[in-house]
Design a protein around this ligand. Structure first.
Ligand code: ATP
Length: 201
């Protein structure tokens, strides 16, 4: 993925001011930034949900976008969500979804209605729906919100495994996290990306 000179504003509020970003295959990268820095705006632009006022986003391959807001229907079970998204994405099976669910320990909730799931368990479903078509580029907005410590560790193991099989993984958070887990860590500040302190060389 190659991003050049991306600009965006809401009315007179400039949020992104000529932002560049390169995401290579087999790269696990992080972006940190304070609340309101423009992280979600950037991910919406990268995923194609929002059209920037300027600049270009070039990419190849399938996308997986895990938005910050959980996109589940409370009345449907986990299994019904999987089936709905399987058909919508034209997948022949749920093999990959099953693997993600095993790692995140979601499988045991497969017949539970989403409305009855805890916040962290809903987020596991949100993440599974974003990854179930085995995307080449993963854009994850606060993907571990609500996760307990063990699930948080499992999430990073999964992210590293996806990186090791050639996927590009971009994780966005307002929390600074362990830089050693990442190949690159940037800070979104003043509408551009800069290497974050503590980032690997
Ligand atoms: N649809 C919108 N209309 C107007 N202003 C918006 C809109 N979406 C975001 N903003 C503003 O743009 C700025 C960046 O918002 P954004 O949600 O991208 O930040 P963020 O870094 O993801 O924040 P957080 O960590 O709180 O999720 C904020 O000042 C926000 O109020």
């Amino acid at each position: 993925m190659e991003v050049r000179g991306v600009r965006h504003a809401y009315g007179r509020r400039e949020v992104l001011r000529g932002l560049d970003l390169d995401l290579r295959p087999g790269m696990l990268a992080g972006i940190v930034g304070e609340n309101g820095a423009g992280k979600s705006t950037l991910l919406k632009i990268l995923s194609g949900e929002l059209r920037p006022l300027g600049g270009t986003v070039r990419h190849e391959g399938r996308f997986g976008y895990c938005p910050q807001d959980v996109v589940v229907n409370e009345a449907l079970t986990v299994r019904q969500h999987l089936e709905f998204f399987r058909v919508a994405r034209g997948l022949s099976d749920l093999r990959h979804a099953g693997q993600v669910m095993e790692v995140l320990r979601l499988s045991e909730y497969v017949d539970e209605r989403a409305g009855l799931l805890s916040g962290g368990t809903r987020q596991k479903l949100n993440l599974t729906l974003a990854l179930m078509h085995d995307p080449q580029v993963l854009l994850l907005d606060e993907p571990y919100q609500g996760f307990d410590w063990e699930t948080y560790q499992r999430f990073w193991d999964l992210a590293a495994r996806l990186r090791d099989t050639g996927r590009s993984v971009l994780v966005v958070s307002h929390l600074a996290y362990d830089a050693e887990r990442l190949d690159e860590l940037w800070r979104l500040q003043g509408g551009v990306l800069r290497p974050a302190e503590g980032a690997p060389a």
